[in-house]
Design a protein around this ligand. Structure first.
Ligand code: ADP
Ligand code: 5GP
Length: 210
């Protein structure tokens, strides 16, 4: 790890399933190249087109629990009946080396990440909790159905979870309404650019004294 680099930022990006987190993240890549998207582990089955190691590391329940017992996860949670977890390796070394990382994780995961990093001042200063909200619950349902990736049963479960998750928005540092995905991504990029100016993330004076 370089002691010369500034510390990167770790964006915890939450919001109900179907709100547009993946879509906004895709736009973010073009606005702020160089972001690392934390690849979580999950026990859910891959959706068509998802690739192991790209969208998720797809694990069996047994494998997931073994890695959890080995302390490999920064946080993990059971969401919609499956386990999801963030590997420490995806976040800690990268952010300390100056890389920016985005974590697409749920509300429980955001809480647990904040707790897990509370004892690590460098990483706690790097953490930005951003909540992505839909313009309305009716629009959220339209997007979830429009994606055509879930069964009716899964859609109902996700909508019920969404109503609960939405009540947690004030636990976040920022909230963005995803009316237009590119505009939402620009707001997220602005939040990150401002964080790059945080004194707490500078390892040394940011100017040249020579
Ligand atoms: P998430 O990652 O939060 O589960 P997705 O990015 O998969 O959500 O988006 C869910 C669906 O909503 C997709 O079909 C996507 O194209 C659509 N979508 C995302 N953002 C918007 C937006 N701002 N306006 C209209 N549709 C959107
Ligand atoms: P999906 O199955 O639609 O990919 O994700 C379902 C939910 O799991 C989303 O709300 C997503 O944010 C959450 N999720 C994805 N990865 C993680 C993770 O590593 N930890 C936690 N706590 N939640 C996650």
């Amino acid at each position: 790890m370089s002691q010369e680099n500034n510390i990167g930022v770790a964006v915890v990006f939450s919001g109900p399933s179907g709100v547009g987190k993946s879509t906004v993240c895709r736009h973010l890549t073009s606005l702020l190249p160089g972001f690392h998207f934390s690849v979580s582990c999950t026990t859910r089955a891959p959706r068509p087109g998802e690739v192991d190691g790209r969208e998720y590391y797809f694990l069996s329940r047994e494998e997931f629990l073994t890695r959890q017992a080995a302390g490999e996860f920064l946080e993990y949670a059971e969401v919609h009946g499956n386990y999801y977890g963030t590997l420490r390796q995806e976040l800690e070394p990268r952010v300390l080396a100056g890389e920016d990382v985005v974590l697409d994780i749920d509300v429980q995961g955001a809480r647990l990440t904040r707790q897990a990093l509370a004892g690590k001042p460098d990483l706690a200063a790097a953490l930005l909790l951003v909540f992505l909200a839909p313009p309305s619950m009716a629009e959220l349902e339209r997007r979830l159905r429009g994606r055509k990736t879930e069964t009716e049963d899964a859609i109902q479960r996700r909508l019920a979870n969404a109503a609960r998750e939405m009540t947690a928005w004030r636990e976040y540092d920022y909230v963005i309404v995803n009316d237009e995905a590119l505009v939402a991504a620009e707001k997220l990029a602005a939040i990150v650019r401002a964080a790059h100016c945080r004194c707490a993330l500078m390892r040394k004076e940011p100017w040249n004294n020579a």
